[in-house]
Ligand binder design. Structure first.
Ligand SMILES: [Cu+2]
Length: 282
C-alpha cells in the first residue's frame, strides 16, 4: 500500500518513505534485542551479589569496630582496608542509599568544618583517628554509629528495588568518579589504602557488566572485547602492587602506571555509559 501510494505521489516521496523504512529496519532489531523482561534475571543476580557483600560487610565491620572500641590501634588499622572492600564493591548503587553512603563513606571535605565537623562520621572519620592521630581516643561513638549504619544498610537492601538503569548507570558513574577524583588518592588520604578500594570498585562494576553482557547482541562483540580488555588492563596494573595480605600503599604507584590506569578507567567510564543506551535504558 505504501508503494502504490508513493508511486502515485511521485518519486521524491517514494525515496523519503523508503528511507523512513530503511531507518526503521535498522533501529528495530537493536531496540528489540532487550525486552524489559530480559532485565529481570541480571537484576535478581545482582541483588544476590549485593546481599552477599553486605553480609560480609556486617561481619567485618563488627570485628573492625570491636578493635576500635577495645583500643587496639594496630588491629584496627590492619582491619580498616579489608573491611571496606565489600562496601566499595557495591558502591555502583550507593545512590540508592545516599543518606547512608554519606554517613558511612563521606570524606572530611564533604563537611564544612572538615575533620572537626561533628557530621563527619563513618569509615573515613575513624581512618583519620587511627592513621593521622594514631589513636582510638574518642572513636568509640563513631564505631557504634558505623556499626548501626551498616546494619541499617543491610535492612534497607533486603527490601530495596534495584532499577536496572541505576545499576548499569551506577557502574559508569563509579568509574567516572575513580577517574576524576579517586585517582588522586583522596578517598583514603590518611591510610593510603586506595588500591584496595580501586580493586573493589572495579570488581563491583565488572560484576554488573558481566551480568548484563549476555543481553548484548553479536554486533556488540567489539564493544564487549574492548571493555573486557580495559578491565584486564586495570587488573594487571593493580596486580603489580599486590602483597601477601593486600596492597601496597597508594604512593607506591608509579606515574606511568597512574597514567595508564586513568586512561583505562576513563574509557571504561565512557563504555559503561554507552552500555546503558545499548540496553535501551536511556
Ligand atoms: Cu567509597
Amino acid at each position: 500500500m505504501q508503494i502504490r501510494l508513493s508511486r502515485d505521489i511521485g518519486s521524491a516521496a517514494f525515496i523519503a518513505i523508503a528511507c523512513a523504512f530503511a531507518n526503521t529496519a535498522i533501529l528495530v532489531p537493536a531496540n528489540a534485542a532487550v525486552e524489559p523482561r530480559a532485565l529481570v534475571a541480571p537484576v535478581a543476580d545482582y541483588k544476590i551479589y549485593v546481599t552477599g557483600k553486605v553480609r560480609e560487610l556486617v561481619t567485618d565491620t563488627r570485628a573492625f569496630t570491636d578493635a576500635v572500641k577495645a583500643g587496639d590501634v594496630a588491629k584496627a588499622k590492619a582491619l580498616f582496608a579489608p573491611t571496606r572492600t565489600s562496601y566499595e564493591a557495591i558502591e555502583p548503587i550507593a545512590e540508592l542509599f545516599s543518606d547512608l553512603d554519606a554517613a558511612i563513606d563521606s570524606r572530611a571535605d564533604d563537611h564544612e568544618q572538615a575533620e572537626k565537623d561533628s557530621g563527619f562520621t563513618g569509615f573515613h572519620r575513624i581512618e583519620y583517628g587511627l592513621f593521622e592521630q594514631n589513636s582510638t581516643a574518642g572513636l568509640a561513638p563513631y564505631a557504634d554509629k558505623l556499626m548501626a549504619d551498616v546494619l541499617e544498610l543491610q535492612k534497607r537492601i533486603a527490601s530495596l528495588t534495584f532499577p536496572p538503569d541505576k545499576v548499569v548507570g551506577g557502574a559508569a558513574v563509579l568509574m567516572e568518579e575513580v577517574a576524576a577524583t579517586k585517582i588522586s588518592g583522596e578517598e583514603d588520604r590518611y591510610s593510603h589504602t586506595d588500591l584496595w578500594d580501586f580493586q573493589a570498585n572495579f570488581d563491583g562494576s565488572r560484576k554488573i557488566f558481566e551480568l548484563f553482557r549476555p543481553l548484548l547482541g553479536t554486533d556488540d562483540r567489539a564493544f564487549v572485547e574492548k571493555v573486557e580488555a580495559n578491565f584486564a588492563t586495570v587488573d594487571k596494573i593493580l596486580a603489580k602492587y599486590k602483597t601477601a595480605d593486600g596492597f601496597q600503599t597508594y604512593d607506591k604507584l608509579t606515574d606511568a602506571d597512574r597514567k595508564v590506569l586513568s586512561a583505562a578507567v576513563n574509557t571504561l567510564a565512557e563504555d559503561l555509559s554507552t552500555l546503558r543506551g545499548k540496553l535501551g535504558l536511556g
